[in-house]
Design a protein around this ligand. Structure first.
Ligand code: NAD
Length: 274
């Protein structure tokens, strides 16, 4: 993932990871959550919300350590533990190691959040070469399979998996053809895995964010797209990570005990077709 120095400074508005009004009420007390891409953007917001709700966190990340260390500090400020696991989710062996390391540290795993993702916007589908196709699919969908399979060695009745899909799975995305294909796959994966796991009483759901101010956006879109980012939503703005993360709390908590195989759309009222 190409990230440029000072990327946070180029975001207007700057990302907000948790609202000061979000007090938390112990909804995830004594839970252990593994969050891929939990160092940055939406994943960072989920990590911090889960910590405020009482969970200990393991974060899988790929980029420079600055983001991960900052997120770790935010989690420890909430009085919770944070394990940092640096590696490439495109590698099945790393996914296995990351899940095992989480259970080794905390003795269990209750919540898997498959969230790490990448995109390379393109003007022309012919510019998507084999390598890009492979990277996009390995990061955005193969890794979700690998983490889910490894986590299922440890998840028990009442535990859950939450996958990050995207509004691009539900509307035409002409400049994100490979990316939106993987996001569509995540939606189907969520539904099928959920049904497969009902006997084990493990719930599987997804969150489909619309446009959200995160480093991914500034790193991958051009100036023109950034200027109009979010304008297509009914609310005429992009959202903040702090406005998306509460959906992940809801789905992980006992409040969602009768919800599985579903997608929650958090997108400022963007029109979806699915
Ligand atoms: P982000 O760049 O801030 O965070 C993504 C994180 O994923 C990275 O920081 C990195 O640590 C991790 N990652 C990427 N490739 C990895 C790899 N190969 N191995 C290990 N970790 C890797 O971006 P974000 O916007 O917070 O994206 C989080 C998720 O939300 C992604 O799945 C993205 O597709 C999805 N999403 C984002 C938006 C948006 O507008 N920001 C909208 C819809 C969906």
């Amino acid at each position: 993932q190409n990230r440029q120095p000072g990327i946070e400074a180029r975001m207007d508005p700057a990302p907000e990871y948790i609202k000061s009004s979000y007090t938390g009420s112990g909804k995830l007390q004594n839970k252990v959550a593994l969050i891929t891409g939990g160092d940055s953007g939406i994943g960072r917001a989920v990590s911090v919300h889960y910590a405020r709700e009482g969970a200990d966190i393991a974060i899988v990340y790929f980029n420079e350590d600055t983001d991960a260390n900052e997120t770790k500090t935010l989690i420890e400020t909430e009085g919770r533990k944070c394990l940092l696991l640096k590696g490439d989710v495109k590698k099945a062996a790393f996914c296995k190691k990351a899940v095992a390391a989480t259970v080794e540290k905390y003795g269990k795993l209750n919540i898997l959040v498959n969230n790490a993702g990448m995109q390379f916007p393109q003007k022309d589908p012919k510019s998507i070469d084999e390598q890009q196709l492979e990277n996009t699919f390995r990061t955005n969908i193969f890794a979700y399979f690998h983490f889910a399979n490894e986590a299922l060695e440890y998840l028990q009745e009442g535990d859950c998996i939450i996958n990050t899909t995207s509004v691009t799975a539900y509307r035409s995305s002409p400049n994100l053809i490979d990316y939106s294909s993987t996001k569509g796959a995540i939606t189907s994966f969520t539904r099928s895995l959920a049904t497969n796991l009902t006997d084990k009483k493990i719930r599987v759901n997804a969150v489909a964010p619309g446009p959200v101010w995160t480093p991914l956006i500034v790193a991958t879109f051009d100036e023109e797209k950034i200027k109009s980012f979010g304008s297509e939503t009914a609310m005429k703005r992009a959202g903040q990570p702090s406005e998306v993360a509460p959906a992940y709390v809801f789905l992980a908590a006992d409040d969602a005990s009768f919800i599985t195989g579903q997608v929650i759309h958090v997108n400022g009222g963007e029109v979806v077709n699915g």
